[in-house]
Design a protein around this ligand. Structure first.
Ligand code: GAL
Length: 375
């Protein structure tokens, strides 16, 4: 008993030293209330009844043989600094007839609350066991309680049999296919911009890899995902219960290879942090802006204000979410991942305050900063 008490006390003290009260130290280990590094990657934060909840990929620690201990981790906090591990909100299903069986990949989970149904809805990028990243599916799960357990419903490729709203009749009827072109030539790039992959995937549904969710001011929820072989983002409207797609979707920044979308609304505009497509390796951050969620989105360049080296790798991170800390005062926090592909559970959390310059958001590096201080 005394031993347990001492262990808890030591980890609490450790947690305060590593992440002092109110203090965020991007890139360092971030111990939870049990002293373990927070295992919630590619994640997002949601506030519910005065508590913050952090959902993210709960990666198997290196050497862990039990593949059933994998899924979406949930943590809770009152101050965004000290986090309690609430366990797995969604867990793989130990049944080989389920798409969500051990060995599959669950990435970038996001949870939103549906006011009409009173349910919490989780969507996540889902890749199937033994298939690498080929499936490009999005999965959906639902729960009455924020912490879960979430009930897995299904995984799918969205918008089968429907054209994007911003797709011309000419684009619908082009006859050029992948076989006619050599990848990465100018002709191929133009064909991609003109919807080569949209047409290819029309019947089976559009690809869905890196993703996020966003609820607009009118209460409509959007599922935003890298589609078309990660060349183009799709902004897909969800049904009023948030459990399916309506078939209304827009292509955004066609052929620009955006991943890791993180959306927020401020100053009457919509902003998006995103990355290029270099796998686990960080690349130059990107910022885009739009007057409406459905577009027209305009890329405005790299939001990082560091050294040339730092800007090239977004301070060693890839965007995952923007926390609306105080929407009325335009106070937001950039959340990113510094991936460690050798040991994904050890990937570090890069949280930085969103700063403003000429009405545009930007990020600067801080070794340590006080999240309470920016409220
Ligand atoms: C990244 C993506 C990550 C993960 C990784 C796999 O580009 O953002 O979420 O899918 O590729 O290589």
């Amino acid at each position: 008993m005394t031993k347990i008490f001492t262990t808890i006390l030591i980890s609490m003290v450790m947690s305060m030293i590593v992440h002092g009260q109110g203090s965020i130290k991007p890139g360092e280990l971030w111990p939870d209330s049990e002293g373990k590094h927070i295992n919630a990657h590619g994640g997002a934060i949601i506030m519910h009844k005065g508590t913050w909840y952090w959902f993210g990929e709960s990666r198997l620690p290196r050497g862990e043989q039990d593949r059933t201990r994998y899924g979406v981790g949930c943590y809770s906090s009152k101050d965004l600094v000290s986090w309690k591990n609430e366990g797995l909100a969604l867990r793989v299903i130990n049944d080989t007839s389920s798409l969500l069986q051990p060995g599959c990949v669950v990435e970038r989970p996001k949870v939103i609350f549906n006011r009409k149904t009173g349910k919490f809805v989780m969507w996540f990028h889902h890749e199937l066991r033994g298939q690498g990243y080929r499936a490009a599916l999005t999965g959906v799960a639902v729960s009455d309680n924020i912490k879960g357990p979430y009930r897995y419903i299904r995984s799918l490729r969205p918008n089968a049999g429907v054209w994007p709203v911003n797709f011309t009749n000419e684009q619908k009827n082009y006859s050029v296919t992948e076989k006619d072109l050599k990848s990465w030539t100018e002709e191929w790039k133009q064909a991609v911009r003109d919807g080569l992959f949209v047409r290819r995937d029309f019947e089976g549904g559009q690809m869905a890899r890196d993703m996020t969710l966003f609820i607009d001011v009118d209460g409509t929820a959007w599922h935003i995902h890298s589609a078309e072989e990660n060349m183009t983002l799709h902004f897909s409207e969800l049904t009023p219960d948030f459990l399916d797609f309506t078939g209304v979707y827009y292509r955004v920044l066609p052929g620009e290879s955006n991943e890791a979308p993180a959306i927020f609304r401020a100053k009457g505009k919509y902003f998006m942090f995103s990355s290029g497509t270099t796998g686990w390796k960080p690349n130059p951050g990107r910022l885009s802006v739009s007057d409406a969620i459905s577009g027209e989105w305009k890329a405005t360049g790299n939001p990082c204000r560091g050294s040339e080296e730092e800007n090239k790798i977004t301070f060693g991170s890839q965007s995952t979410f923007v926390i609306p800390l105080n929407q009325k005062k335009d106070i937001f926090v950039y959340m990113g991942d510094r991936w460690n592909p050798q040991n994904l559970a050890d990937s570090r959390h890069i949280w930085l305050p969103v700063e403003w310059e000429n009405e545009m958001p930007l990020i600067r590096w801080h070794d340590e900063w006080d999240i309470k201080g920016i409220k």
